[in-house]
Ligand binder design. Structure first.
Ligand SMILES: *Cc1c(COP(=O)(O)O)cnc(C)c1O
Length: 376
């Protein structure tokens, strides 16, 4: 069986976890947490707070944007539940918009018509590490006085016009779940891109206390400042992640190469109109987070996944559009018409993609896909 995903492992993880244990510091904000956030900060120019998940980074963003009952948040329906959860639990109404069929990202041209006087935040999701049209989105947000929070869960080492995804708006939310390019099992990071949010973000993350300032020696005792939560990951998790950040460029290069191989080896199927790939605009640099093909329709996709499974290849689809899910109906509404969200998500199949996928296994996956399409 060729699995769909294998969590990244470089070989140093066990040693670093042992170092954390031996240092008798396994709670949050120890040496490995600092190494990870400093590395991410250097790479992005953002202030980086490590978190327990991307979902929690999104939750922190919702708190920092002051989301309350009755506020509206604009997001694509084609995304993971977390994008919506973070705002739904604060009482926001979710306003789903349609996507562009070429990138599967929110259609920037449909955002303005979804804006009302209750709109507080726009949440672009950079699907597969391909950037949304951030210049247009930021210009709209500025015009209407709305915040932008990037769901950049899949975007470590991806760029839009040369700038790292997650750094292009007020907050960027990154995931280090085991399915992402770099992993700590469960974990994430919040990129705080406005100076004025940094202090409050630190307080919210540390149970509402000013403990971060205390550790820096800026206050002589720490106290409860505001309502917050605990969004600090354990040192053990950051020790695991550090082993991959050290090899980040190698991991990214391997994934990008894997995606390019899929693209070139299946190019003739695309030329014959049998499948479609994700479009990567010229101004975007993608980190090879995922590789999908789009089949003709739902029926063909179901047959393709079943055929691959029979051959020992695990391919998967996602997402069930949020506006058609039970919670999406409860917490949200669709703005405008669903022209592409359902139709395009029904066609999408993700092929195995992970650090360490061997050339021979990938060649086998490609051969199986080609075999499926031989008689079509
Ligand atoms: C993975 C993912 C999340 C959730 O990340 P966690 O770290 O598991 O909370 C949110 N949004 C998108 C688009 C994702 O791919």
């Amino acid at each position: 069986m060729i699995p769909f995903n294998v969590p990244p492992f470089t070989g140093k993880e066990t040693e670093y976890i042992k170092q954390a244990i031996d240092s008798h510091k396994i709670c949050g904000d120890g040496a490995f947490t600092k190494k990870c956030s400093a590395w991410l900060g250097e790479r992005t120019g953002s202030r980086v707070l490590m978190t327990t998940s991307c979902t929690h980074a999104l939750e922190m963003s919702a708190l920092l944007c002051g989301i309350k009952e009755g506020d509206e948040v604009i997001l694509p329906s084609f995304t993971f539940a977390s994008t919506a959860d973070a705002f739904a639990i604060r009482g926001a109404t979710l306003v789903f918009t349609d996507i562009r069929p070429d990138t599967m990202n929110i259609d920037e041209k449909l955002i303005e018509q979804a804006i009302t006087d209750r709109t507080k935040v726009i949440v672009p999701v950079h699907y597969g590490g391909v950037g949304c049209e951030m210049d247009e989105i930021n210009a709209l947000a500025e015009h209407y006085g709305i915040s932008v929070v990037e769901d950049a869960a899949q975007c470590s080492q991806s760029f839009y016009k040369g700038k790292p995804l997650g750094t292009l708006s007020r907050f960027g939310c990154i995931s280090f779940h085991e399915t992402k390019n770099f992993s700590m099992g469960e974990g994430g990071a919040l990129f705080v891109n406005c100076e004025s949010d940094i202090e409050t973000a630190e307080v919210i993350r540390e149970k509402g206390t000013d403990r971060s300032r205390f550790f820096r020696g800026q206050v002589d005792k720490y106290t409860w400042q505001d309502a917050g939560s605990s969004y600090l990951p354990s040192e053990l998790c950051c020790a695991y992640l550090w082993a991959q950040l050290e090899l980040a460029d190698e991991i990214t290069a391997a994934r990008v190469k894997c995606a390019q191989t899929y693209r070139s080896e299946l190019a003739d199927l695309a030329e014959r109109g049998l499948v479609e790939f994700q479009h990567i605009p010229d101004h975007c640099t993608c980190n090879g987070h995922l590789f999908y093909i789009k089949a003709k329709d739902l029926g063909e996709r179901t047959a393709l996944i079943a055929f691959l499974k029979e051959k020992g290849v695990l391919a998967v689809f996602h997402y069930v559009p949020l506006h058609s899910a039970p919670a999406g109906k409860k917490y949200g509404r669709f703005s405008g018409r669903d022209i592409y969200t359902t139709k395009e998500s029904d066609r999408l199949v993700r092929l195995p993609m992970y650090y360490g996928l061997s050339e021979s296994d990938q060649a086998y996956v490609i051969e199986c896909v080609r075999e499926f399409y031989r008689n079509r």
